[in-house]
Ligand binder design. Structure first.
Ligand code: FAD
Ligand code: SF4
Ligand code: SF4
Length: 474
């Protein structure tokens, strides 16, 4: 039964089928009136859509597909207005308390790191995995172990598409070889949860590797559907400082005059750790598209102009509701050098996660050190600031201005005037990303030779900062 029409949306989707249950208007053939209470956020506030495709994954009528930028599109002929897609959507609302209770049976602690049973740092022991992975290859090694030991029949992971190698896609890997192709971070929007559709249809046990927003949608879907809850055995997650709009790769390639159709793959962190963004070709070596490494000059700047609107107000940076969450181990020593090259930081959050990690260490799949009690091993300040401070401040500012924001049940943290000003300045830079010519001009500059001295200057300043810190401690 439909509730009264609550919002008029133009240009989102057209209800042209007079027999559609969504079609509540008398002059139906050109009308775009929908009952927003039954649809997920993409159909009434597109900017709030995280493009998780959870709505598509749970739709039993196949009424939702995705457009070329991975936004959901509704087939009104198929939609029965059941509202299931709306229920699982993590775009408009994240209920931290409910998700925390559902995942671990405890209350949300309001912190960036969230509930952790153990904090570890380490890497996979298989050199092939280490070579292909982004950090310590923890996720790839765990996925292979779970599959080969028969604990799961399939792992939901990602890769770049064969038809459009500049776009990412999810898939269900069922062999070591397939898992190996998924190794590495893809800093681009990937509609991971569309695979729920297959999991619902195909009996078996599954592991899922996703970003925080994917896992919010996933937990919602598991709460809604007991078949999914029974089949999904473990949720592994990556940290997330934000993904990049899919247009990032075509624009990066354009700065180097690399035709889109000449690449066979795109690596966001290819080559030696911490990696570089590289175009991969069929018959010549990969070509880097910028002069810095990934960390000191690529992602940290590109995120300023390609960060999707939904990510700008996202609070979850550490994958709070995964059984095992894995992030980069960026900790530096006193001379400013990274302490944990080719390693990852692992947050073990649940008993399921603990058992898996224990097994991985016993079977010599992973080498891990316990850093739970190590005070120097705190989450990188930049990460906590981005998600734990700037995102909430932006969220509050947008809300005040009447700009649609997701609903969260977390309080606004205290911030000084300086911190508030800093968030506004960062938001101004983020705004430049909305203007395609300006965004491209900035990208062209960031990837040009002109950046080389600036990158060197940045590294020198970093080194000096750490040395100063060490001297003042000594
Ligand atoms: C968009 C994004 C943002 C990130 N931001 C941060 C950050 O700010 N701070 C931080 O410490 N770490 C961040 N990470 C995590 C980090 O880059 C590594 O993924 C993590 O440390 C795991 O390393 P690993 O070597 O164990 O993973 P690997 O063994 O290399 O495995 C990586 C796994 O991630 C999956 N994956 C890759 N891209 C995506 C994607 N877009 N969506 C869903 N799954 C994906 C792959 O399918 C694979 O299973 C981010 C990762 C991504 C994808
Ligand atoms: S479920 Fe995901 S893809 Fe669907 S509308 Fe919500 S955020 Fe967007
Ligand atoms: S920043 Fe948040 S919404 Fe954006 S990709 Fe990461 S987890 Fe998803």
């Amino acid at each position: 039964m439909l509730t009264p029409v609550s919002r008029v949306v133009t240009g989102t989707f057209m209800i042209t089928d007079t027999s559609s249950p969504l079609n509540t208007h008398p002059d139906s053939h050109v009308i775009t009136i929908i009952d927003k209470s039954v649809l997920p956020v993409a159909f009434f506030e597109r900017d709030l859509c995280a493009r998780t495709a959870t709505c598509l994954g749970v739709c039993a009528e196949n009424a939702i597909s995705l457009d070329e930028n991975y936004y959901p599109v509704l087939d009104e002929k198929r939609c029965t207005a059941c509202g299931k897609c709306r229920e699982v959507c993590p775009g408009a609302r994240v209920d931290f308390e409910k998700l925390s209770q559902q995942s671990f049976g405890i209350s949300d602690d309001f912190t960036f790191d969230g509930h952790c049973e153990e904090i570890l740092v380490g890497h996979a022991l298989d050199p092939l995995i280490l070579e292909k992975a982004t950090g310590g290859g923890i996720i790839t090694a765990l996925a292979i172990m779970l599959l080969e030991s028969g604990e799961v029949d399939g792992c939901v992971v990602t890769r770049m598409r064969a038809d459009k190698p500049w776009m990412g896609e999810p898939f269900i890997a069922t062999s070591r070889e397939e898992i190996l192709t998924s190794a590495g971070s893809r800093y681009t929007v990937i509609p991971l949860n569309k695979t729920l559709h297959t999991i619902r249809q195909q009996e078996g046990k599954y592991a899922i590797v996703g970003l925080p927003c994917h896992n919010h949608g996933l937990r919602n879907a598991m709460a809604q559907d007991e078949v999914l809850a029974a089949r999904i055995k473990v949720i592994i997650g990556t940290f997330c400082g934000g993904t990049l709009e899919p247009v990032v790769v075509p624009e990066l390639l354009r700065t180097k005059n690399i035709p889109l159709d000449s690449i066979t793959n795109f690596e966001f962190r290819g080559g030696a750790w911490p990696g570089q963004m590289r175009a991969v070709f069929k018959d010549k070596p990969p070509q880097a598209v910028h002069y810095s490494n990934y960390k000191d000059g690529a992602y940290n700047y590109l995120i300023g102009i390609y960060l999707p609107r939904r990510c700008q107000v996202c609070y979850d940076g550490s994958n709070l509701f995964a059984d095992i969450a894995v992030g980069d181990a960026w900790t530096r020593d006193e001379s400013g050098k990274y302490k944990y090259n080719s390693q990852s930081r692992v947050f073990v959050r649940s008993d399921t996660g603990k058992k898996i990690i224990k097994k991985a260490v016993e079977r010599a799949v992973l080498k891990l050190n316990d850093v739970t009690q190590d005070p120097s091993y705190k989450t990188h300040r930049m990460r906590t600031q981005r998600k734990g401070l700037n995102a909430p401040l932006r969220h509050a500012r947008w809300q005040k201005k009447g700009i649609p924001v997701p609903q969260y049940d977390r309080p606004l943290p205290h911030a000084s005037n300086r911190e508030k000003l800093s968030e506004i300045l960062i938001s101004m830079f983020l705004w430049t990303g909305q203007v395609p010519w300006l965004r491209y001009a900035i990208t062209k500059t960031l990837t040009s030779r002109a950046m080389i001295p600036l990158i060197k200057l940045r590294l020198w300043r970093k080194k000096r900062k750490y040395l100063k810190r060490a001297t003042s401690k000594g």
